[in-house]
Design a protein around this ligand. Structure first.
Ligand SMILES: [Zn+2]
Length: 253
């Protein structure tokens, strides 16, 4: 992936060349600007672009090992049901929790931890405008969630997943000194927007060794999706392992 800084330099050089040598300058200027802005947007919204932050998205392996992750909980209703299914199949997962959800559901966080699942930070507010926060406000928000996780389970998580999977220069600055392993995904289940059957088919089609799958534990449909997904992985000979094992990284300090 070409870094935004490199494309900015190229953008300026080409602008100068266009200005010096080409007619129809206005059209070329507009076109170049649109391309440059599109590149910036792509770098930000694609968590695996690596443009701003080194992100773990998949393990490069031939072994049929994968990891599953859940965002946006803990949810008072759905997370316990998810936990039950994971227990039933003896599968360990990673939960990227939102701080304000932890405040309402501390017991559920404790249960997740005591059952051997990993806990990651997914910001405190998960606000729609989070990506436009200045770096210090982002850092405050993220640190608050780390504090809540520590207060509740006594562990300092090193796993972080940006809200909405968006990375940008402010986030880079915000997490610079926090020592996180930033976690993306290789398969986005789209479980919040697609119909259940479509979601399942989509994942089955894409699944390959080393994958990291993104689910959400705050929507009812995850129950059906999860059961069928785990059944499928077992029938195909996949092993679902904890994220730290798949990536060979530390989950906690
Ligand atoms: Zn989220």
């Amino acid at each position: 992936m070409i870094k935004p800084r490199t494309t900015f330099v190229l953008y300026i050089i080409v602008l100068i060349l266009v200005y010096l040598f080409l007619p129809w300058k206005g059209i070329f200027f507009t076109l170049l600007t649109v391309l440059f802005l599109a590149h910036l947007v792509y770098c930000s919204v694609n968590i695996c672009s690596q443009a701003y932050i080194k992100t773990f998205c998949k393990r490069d392996t031939q072994e049929k090992k994968i990891a599953i992750t859940f965002d946006d909980g803990p949810d008072s209703e759905i997370t316990p049901k998810v936990l039950e299914i994971l227990d039933e199949f003896a599968v360990k997962a990673t939960f990227f929790c939102i701080g304000n959800q932890i405040e309402r559901n501390r017991d559920i966080l404790k249960a997740l931890d005591s059952k051997g699942h990993l806990i990651g930070n997914h910001s405190y507010s998960h606000e729609f405008w989070f990506d436009l926060y200045p770096a210090n406000k982002m850092q405050e928000d993220i640190k608050k969630t780390n504090g809540l996780i520590f207060e509740t389970i006594g562990k300092k998580t090193k796993l972080f997943r940006p809200p909405y999977g968006v990375t940008n220069p402010s986030l880079k600055k915000a997490i610079k000194d926090l020592g996180f392993n930033t976690i993306g995904w290789s398969i986005r289940s789209l479980d919040t927007v697609s119909k259940t059957e479509k979601t399942i088919q989509r994942i089955k089609k894409k699944l390959s060794p080393g994958d990291m799958i993104l689910f959400h534990d705050n929507r009812e449909q995850i129950i059906l999706i999860l059961k069928e997904f785990i059944d499928y992985t077992k029938s195909e000979g996949y092993e679902i392992v904890p994220l730290d094992e798949l990536l060979n990284i530390q989950a906690y300090e």
